[in-house]
Write a protein that binds this ligand. Structure first.
Ligand code: AMP
Length: 276
């Protein structure tokens, strides 16, 4: 695997390659990331991953400061999976003009609900960095995880706005054996909290399994109680249309639906979702 730190070196290296697959990450890699890389390796001539903890997508400085960095272990995992290249730029390389004067993207409704509502500026930061990374790598195929359901929709919108000729491939969420969605943030949980963390998954399953038997409101109330009794502070637990993310009051037959949740355990903000 070749490690590349500047966009110039990256472009020089990539001009000799044809079908490029790309997996952008913020590091602290886990099997969820590795799954995306393996899928890309199976479908492209060359696969690259980027590791960059993007400062413009953190609406809280403390969250940025606490974001886990495990570069040595990440390199081991990438070597093991035989990823072709790692793009590992500095903040200066990606934001030579600084991080305060970045462009804004018209994300419309998507930026007003759920993660958009609870993390102002987050998706604009995501668009900034994904746009820059795509400009640098110019991949044919971009691999992202459905774990970040709304982010996938935002990136789809970014590709429409920018007309970049990139194919977005959304991959299923990889979970730990107890159901907890894999996430870099999980490593910040204490053993005590980690044992409770899959309550989120159980709630999503409960809503999915009972959708024909009770209203969403009553199932949601059961889940909010269960989460609270397990020391979670829930920011949202929402039923939405899976195509538009329009929020739904109750289950609608024949509609593609998804339940999305953000909940905080021991100061660690966890998100997850499940299609119904
Ligand atoms: P992150 O490093 O958290 O920004 O994630 C980088 C990419 O990996 C994003 O496209 C995420 O959606 C994806 N990802 C993160 N966790 C998982 C998971 N458990 N399963 C599948 N994809 C994931």
């Amino acid at each position: 695997m070749i490690v590349i730190k500047t966009q110039n070196e990256l472009q020089a290296y990539l001009k000799h390659h044809d079908k490029i697959g790309f997996v952008p990450t913020m590091g602290a890699l886990h099997q969820g990331h590795i799954g995306l890389i393996q899928r890309s390796m199976a479908e492209n001539d060359i696969t690259g991953c980027s590791i960059f903890v993007n400062p413009t997508q953190f609406n809280k400085q403390a969250d940025f400061d606490k974001y886990p960095v495990t570069l040595e272990k990440d390199l081991e995992l990438l070597l093991e999976v035989k990823c072709d290249f790692l793009f590992l730029p500095s903040v200066k390389e990606m934001y030579p003009e600084g991080i305060s004067s970045t462009p804004t993207y018209d994300l419309g409704y998507l930026d007003t609900v759920l993660e958009g509502e609870h993390r102002p500026g987050h998706f604009n930061g995501v668009c900034n960095i994904v746009h820059k990374l795509l400009g640098a790598v110019m991949p044919n195929n971009l691999y992202m995880g459905e774990k970040d359901f709304q982010q996938c929709m935002v990136v789809k919108r970014l590709l429409e706005i920018t007309s970049l000729p990139v194919n977005l491939i959304i991959c299923p969420t990889l979970r730990a054996d107890d159901g907890l969605a894999m996430s870099s943030r999980n490593m910040r949980l204490s053993d005590h909290a980690r044992r409770k963390a899959n309550t989120i998954y159980h709630c999503l399953q409960y809503i999915k399994e009972n959708q024909g038997h009770a209203s969403f409101v009553s199932l949601r109330n059961d889940c909010l109680e269960k989460l609270a009794s397990n020391e979670f502070q829930t920011e949202y637990l929402i039923l939405a249309c899976a195509d538009s993310l329009q929020i739904l009051g109750d289950f609608e037959a024949g509609k593609k639906m998804v339940v999305l949740i953000a909940s905080v355990l021991e100061g660690v903000r966890l998100i997850d979702n499940m299609r119904l």
